[in-house]
Design a protein around this ligand. Structure first.
Ligand code: PLP
Length: 479
């Protein structure tokens, strides 16, 4: 593509994106297509000859956009609502243009050093201490897996050299998580060859927080059985309810038994940039590692997950392997990203985070997250004031767990439980089918629970009011 064409199509595409954000509310939030609908419209063989850019962009409008679920729609309230932002998009664009593979310092000094600077800024904004050093991965799933690998390296059982299979000298290794922990932790444990038996789920209290007494008893019991407890994963902002495990109570247990404490703050860690919410990370100053995802609640386009770690030496020991063709004269004096993980080449992700932080500033980021929390509390107040709805979990952040609970006479407990499950699922599908908003669900104490998550940069009070009206319309239709 010559310079003039690049400029022309580039400008047109930026115009296209600007229009997309302008008209996004006219689009259905959830893709209104059936499985396979897109595939049948696309040729099954690649084009033999190159095609004009106009034709490709036309197909994006005609075929791709209708097959998108619009995460950037302001009424996307499902899962953890997230959104991209203008400075983040520009960062992605530049990163694709540079196409650096930041595996060694010399293959991308800018990426390596900007990563340290941006993560140092984020660490300060979150109020984490200077003993925590950061590294960027793609997702929290990968960050947590690396943290557990570093923890395992720390038990000095020569697992890097000898592996875990066929070893009579290696008892069962255990990681402790709450029953509300994210499935990514279990997947990481499976991937590391620790096996699902290597993970012990600890019950939670009335507010879905890890029960530290049960944790203590589990560790003692495992030790008495000759197992090796080596890691606890606490969550600050669990996926179902955003509950906060009592990290300050878990820390002394980890210190007593010499266990690595990893904190999964993938969602809620970003909230610590709001000064009055910093308390959510109480105790984390004594954690060994912590993951936070700017792609979840810091207006940074997917993907960008940060692992803060106090023992980069162990992470390095677990993963560094430098063949001759990667040896460089400066390697002893610089950081090379590939020493700290499974990946060799690494995207220049720090650029978008650096641009996001610079564009919004600490205050701008904090103000947006604070507003999301305010809107969630406002929605929760409507739920609480209505006899037809109830809250099913506390809301420390911007996630509301609730359900319709309209009464009908002469019903057994069992019949009522079943009816409300069916009703709430139908309400959710009813709202989602309008295309005007998107909600998701979970199960809490065996009750189907609706989740409304506010995290989108474009969401305002108007959108929250509209989804409340949609929910009530569905209730009237279905109850
Ligand atoms: N941890 C928590 C608490 C989450 O809520 C999620 C996803 O929602 C994850 C981890 C996994 O995130 P990722 O998609 O970045 O792997």
């Amino acid at each position: 593509m010559n310079k003039e064409d690049f400029r022309r199509f580039g400008h047109e595409l930026i115009d296209w994106i600007a229009d997309y954000f302008y008209r996004i509310e006219e689009l259905p939030v959830l893709a209104a297509i059936e499985p396979g609908d897109l595939k049948v419209q696309l040729p099954s063989t690649p084009p033999q000859k190159g095609e004009p850019m106009e034709k490709i962009v036309n197909d994006i409008d005609r075929l791709i956009v209708p097959a998108l679920t619009h995460w950037s729609h302001p009424s996307f309230f499902a899962y953890f609502a997230t959104s991209t932002s203008a400075p983040g998009i520009f960062g992605e664009l530049l990163s694709a243009a540079f196409d650096n593979k930041a595996m060694l310092w010399r293959t991308s000094p800018a990426s390596t050093e900007l990563e340290e600077v941006a993560l140092n800024w984020l660490r300060q904004m979150m109020g984490l201490d200077g003993g925590m050093s950061g590294i960027i991965y793609d997702t929290a799933s990968v960050s947590s897996m690396h943290a557990i690998a570093a923890a395992r390296e720390g038990i000095e059982k020569r697992i890097r050299e000898e592996g875990m299979s066929g070893r009579a000298d290696l008892p069962l290794l255990r990681v402790y998580v709450s029953e509300q922990s994210h499935s990514s932790i279990e997947k990481g444990i499976i991937t590391l060859g620790l096996g699902q038996r290597g993970m012990r789920k600890i019950p939670t209290d009335d507010e879905f927080r890890m029960d530290t007494k049960a944790l203590s008893a589990a560790i003692e019991e495992d030790k008495a059985n000759g197992f090796i407890p080596f890691c606890v994963v606490a969550t600050v902002g669990t996926t179902s309810t955003s509950s906060i495990d009592p990290v300050s109570e878990i820390v002394p247990l980890c210190e007593k038994h010499l266990l690595w404490l990893h904190v999964d703050a993938a969602y809620a860690g970003s909230a610590a940039v709001v000064p009055e919410l910093r308390y959510i990370l109480a105790g984390c100053e004594r954690a060994d590692s912590l993951v936070v995802n700017p792609h979840k609640w810091l207006f940074t386009p997917f993907d960008l997950s940060v692992l803060y770690c106090r023992h980069m030496d162990l992470l390095r020991r677990a993963f560094s392997l430098v063949p001759e063709y990667l040896r460089t004269p400066e390697q002893e004096n610089v950081r090379s990203g590939s020493d700290y993980g499974i990946q060799l080449g690494r995207r220049f992700r720090a650029l978008k985070l650096w641009m996001v932080i610079r564009y919004f500033g600490h205050e701008g980021l904090a103000q947006r997250i604070r507003e999301h929390c305010r809107l969630a509390k406002l929605f929760a107040s409507w739920v609480e004031e209505s006899p037809d709805w109830e809250l099913l979990a506390p809301l420390p952040f911007a996630l509301v767990c609730f359900r319709a609970c309209r009464k009908t006479g002469g019903e057994t407990e069992v019949a009522r439980a079943k009816r409300l499950d069916v009703l709430n699922e139908a309400i959710m599908h009813g709202v989602n089918a309008t295309g005007k908003a998107l909600l998701s669900h979970t199960r809490l104490r065996d009750k189907l629970t609706l989740r409304l998550s506010i995290g989108n940069i474009r969401t305002t009070g108007k959108h929250v009011r509209e989804v409340w009206e949609l929910l009530n319309e569905q209730l009237e239709r279905l109850a």
